[in-house]
Design a protein around this ligand. Structure first.
Ligand code: NAP
Length: 303
């Protein structure tokens, strides 16, 4: 029986594990894919205090190293079920694992949002990607598109502009949501072409991916031929399997209070998976600490 099981190995979950261990609790952290969550897709992180500049992958490695050094246990597996019986929480996993704990911190993050247009599902993984750092290399010297206008899309476009012959940045408005500094940087890259105030209506191709059908404000449609498309239009939570235990709002984010507590005793939430106004690396890390302190307080009978 563990004191704390942390579900999710992004910055929030890893920080929760760190704080749990530093408080002397036994901690098991379960992650289904890769440690670091969304930051592993960030080629350059410049807003993590005290670190001038670091790749997301390296930052993730440092998080994991620190957590292992402090003695947390780690499982690479997918949590498929969480049940609560009195003070005992049971977590089941896809590989047949069954683990018990006195408290659980859900730090399940969010998954990339899809556009929901024709051809999207067909070409995901063979023309459409959600991660330039992971898949950019496949499009070296070729023409690609990035869809979105936030920091992720701007960063992906800049990253791909160093690898690809041309990057078309497609956004549904004239103004970008992302940071001014990144917008300026995008505009400086000669091989990034802006395609603004257009809607993506379909991904096209007979047998293989060929391009993106866009529609302008006046309804005029045309196809942009590209070798690959990177969708970067934000993220959405994936909390469905936990919603009987931790309440979610209308958008699927966990409801919690300022202390990352849910209405279920001993169940805490942290990071992008919970309802909050700012979803950043630093706020995920902050949540991890808050949730772990709350979990320790619960375990010690303080709250
Ligand atoms: P985001 O800031 O929510 O931006 C999403 C973008 O996608 C917006 O431009 C939005 O357009 C567009 N969009 C959303 N739904 C769309 C749809 N159905 N069709 C077309 N376009 C759509 O998401 P993000 O860029 O992934 O960033 C998420 C958070 O992480 C943000 O807080 C961001 O600042 C942060 N982040 C930080 C870094 C860093 O290095 N510090 C890097 C990446 C992300 P509208 O603007 O028109 O709504």
């Amino acid at each position: 029986m563990y004191d704390i099981i942390v579900v999710g190995g992004g910055p929030a979950g890893l920080t929760a594990a760190l704080y749990g261990r530093r408080a002397g609790k036994s901690v098991l952290l379960i992650e289904k894919n890769a440690f670091g969550g969304q930051i592993t897709w960030s080629p350059k992180v410049e807003n993590f205090p005290s670190v001038l500049e670091i790749s997301g992958l390296e930052l993730a490695d440092r998080f994991v190293e620190q957590v292992l050094d402090k003695g947390a246990e780690i499982e690479l597996d997918e949590v498929t079920e969480l049940s609560v019986e009195g003070g005992t929480k049971t977590v089941k996993t896809a590989l047949g694992g069954e683990f018990q704990s006195r408290s659980v911190i859900l730090a399940t993050g969010a998954k990339p949002r899809k556009l929901g247009v024709e051809g999207e599902d067909r070409f995901i993984g063979s023309g459409i990607s959600f991660c330039a750092v992971c898949d950019g290399e496949f499009y070296k010297g070729r023409k690609v598109a990035v869809i979105g206008g936030g920091n992720s899309a701007l960063q992906e476009a800049i990253y791909l502009s160093k690898l690809c012959e041309e990057v078309v940045l497609i956004h549904r408005r004239e103004e970008f949501r992302g940071d001014k500094k990144l917008v300026e940087n995008v505009k400086k890259q000669e091989n990034i072409k802006l395609c603004l105030s257009v809607k993506v209506v379909a991904f096209t191709g007979e047998n293989a991916f060929e391009g993106i059908k866009i529609s302008s404000k006046d309804g005029e449609e045309r196809i942009i031929s590209v070798d690959g498309a990177f969708i970067a239009i934000g993220h959405e939570p994936d909390n469905g399997i936990f919603k009987e235990i931790a309440k979610v709002d209308e958008d699927g984010y966990f409801d919690s209070d300022e202390g990352c507590k849910t209405e279920s005793q001993g169940i805490f939430v942290a990071g992008d998976c919970r309802k909050k106004s700012v979803r950043q690396l630093t706020t995920a890390v902050a949540d991890g600490a808050v949730a772990a302190v709350a979990a320790c307080g619960y375990l010690d009978g303080i709250y």
